[in-house]
Design a protein. Structure first.
Length: 290
């Protein structure tokens, strides 16, 4: 079973759309998609068969179509965010085919941070509404928290310790993980506060995936060791103890500084979509999966 996990990254999420376009068109069949933050939005629209529509939405986006600065300064002491995300909420509510999500053959897992209970929660097809997706992408302080039932939620990327776990429990034996920053280390020192903020966000958004992958690879090595000792392979058929391939897809170049997370534009989105498709095809070719 093949799965893909889409990480958070705001406006950089257009890169994920390009990866999905290449993967779903020419890669192995995808049965499971996980995501957090903007990855949750992309995951839901891919699972509802709206990928082409999603690409068009990204191509015509503007920052003000997603969020607007709050102007009601007389209510400053009651603010829970710096912006109003009514534009994003309206698009999620009216443009997503929610009925298709519930009966989609693709399993979707998205996460959000429960501020009330101080936990990370994972939602799947039958649970997910536009409010769950809005909650998963609610960048704290910048975007308002979302109320679900009695609890308040923010961006799932801020509490996601085991992002690949739901995909593994669903039975995935191959997982594509999509990152929104290049793999190569940055050896030069941060040059200013924007550069430092950019690097901090990159670590925050990617470290849990990297850690999860390391744990999977450790399990793979142990299984290989036990097989080499002659232990019967049938003992490892139980899902938590099977061989799992993790394939990471990284941008082949920098996607910009910290402002690139929050700057939405159609031209920029098209550039990232094209890059995501190109990078994904390179990975599929290298792995002989296309």
């Amino acid at each position: 079973m093949n799965a893909v996990f889409l990480s958070g990254g705001g406006a950089r999420g257009a890169y994920e759309v390009g990866v999905l376009k290449a993967l779903l068109k020419d890669g192995p069949p995808i049965q499971v998609i996980g995501g957090a933050s903007v990855g949750a939005i992309n995951a839901v629209l891919a699972a509802t068969g709206q990928l082409d529509e999603l690409m068009e939405v990204w191509r015509h986006l503007s920052t003000l179509a997603i969020y607007r600065p709050r102007l009601d300064v007389w209510n400053l002491l009651r603010w829970r965010s710096l912006t109003d995300t009514g534009g994003l909420a309206d698009r999620l509510r009216t443009r997503v085919h929610w009925a298709k999500l519930a009966r989609s053959s693709v399993q979707v897992f998205i996460s959000a941070t429960n501020l009330t209970q101080k936990t990370n929660e994972v939602f799947t097809n039958a649970d997910i509404t536009y409010q769950h997706v809005l909650a998963s992408s609610a960048i704290p302080i910048l975007f308002p928290p979302v109320r679900l039932g009695r609890d308040w939620y923010i961006d799932g990327a801020f509490s996601l310790l085991r992002p690949l776990k739901p995909l593994l429990k669903a039975g995935a034996s191959r997982i594509f993980t999509v990152f929104l920053s290049p793999r190569r280390p940055r050896l030069d020192p941060p040059t200013n506060l924007l550069d430092l903020s950019d690097r901090v966000l990159e670590v925050l958004l990617s470290s849990s995936i990297t850690s999860d992958r390391a744990q999977i690879e450790s399990t793979n090595q142990e299984l290989f060791r036990l097989r080499s000792l002659g232990v019967d392979a049938h003992l490892f058929q139980h899902k938590p103890y099977r061989q799992v391939e993790v394939i990471s897809i990284y941008p082949s170049r920098d996607l910009g500084n910290v402002t690139s997370y929050l700057r939405f534009s159609g031209a920029r989105a098209q550039e990232l979509i094209d890059l995501g498709m190109s990078d994904c095809y390179q990975v599929l070719k290298r792995k002989q999966l296309a």
